[in-house]
Design a protein around this ligand. Structure first.
Ligand code: MN
Length: 233
């Protein structure tokens, strides 16, 4: 079947040590999955079931990218996150078998226009414009489960220009990877190519043009971006 114009390329992420890439289908993100971050956002972490938002697949960018400072915001924030790469289809997956659906893991950065997020929250509006902008889903090289094992603990930290801003342990996640995958799959059918950003620990903060921002997770390749000039100064 012909297209009226050439389709856009399929977004993809590098896989450690391999030429073949991981084709991205959907990008899911978990909100407020570390207690200390929920508190810094003004929420009670004990009362909430996990909730999800999404980013477009073509918002995914790799390490080494210069991310232009996005439009509409004066408060671009970093959020260091463990990214789960889904490799097998599933629907209503049990927690006990949820890890069978995981292809691998990557270090990620859920870039956020924080001022737009707070405005949306106050107005009861969707988060999309705060979260789903171009280049907003930073995802490092995926490492296969065979190489990493499953990650339920390990240091996660984020540095801006060499200064540590976020420093926590994956074990502090309120909802674990198997719980997240299972709960997500009760809402939508998960498919190979899905990425799940699993939430950020405390210490989120602003990025400005010229910053170099690096996420480091034990056992994974670090992912580093630079912030470019403002799109609309
Ligand atoms: Mn996040």
């Amino acid at each position: 079947m012909p297209f009226v114009f050439p389709p856009q390329p399929i977004p993809s992420v590098a896989v450690d040590g391999e030429d073949a890439r991981f084709p991205v289908r959907r990008v899911f993100c978990v909100g407020r999955n570390y207690a200390a971050h929920a508190r810094e956002m003004g929420r009670d972490p004990d009362r909430e079931a996990p909730f999800f938002f999404t980013k477009p697949s073509d918002a995914v960018v790799a390490g080494g990218t210069i991310v232009p400072y996005p439009p509409l915001t004066k408060n671009l924030h970093h959020e260091a996150e463990l990214v789960v790469a889904i490799g097998r289809e599933g629907f209503r997956v049990a927690e006990e078998t949820a890890l069978d659906h995981v292809f691998g893991y990557a270090a990620g950065n859920d870039l956020t226009r924080r001022d737009l997020q707070f405005e949306a929250r106050e107005a009861g509006r969707p988060w999309d414009w705060a979260k789903a902008f171009d280049n907003s889903a930073v995802c490092g090289t995926i490492r296969r489960v065979a190489a990493t094992g499953h990650l339920s603990a390990g240091r996660i930290r984020l540095e801006v220009n060499g200064t540590v801003r976020q420093d926590a342990d994956l074990a502090e996640m309120i909802w674990s990877v198997p719980e997240i995958v299972s709960i997500l799959s009760h809402s939508v059918r998960i498919r190979p190519g899905d990425l799940v950003f699993t939430g950020t620990p405390a210490g989120v903060g602003p990025l400005v043009p010229g910053d170099v921002c690096t996420v480091v997770i034990d056992g994974l390749d670090p992912v580093s971006i630079s912030i470019g000039e403002r799109v609309n100064p």
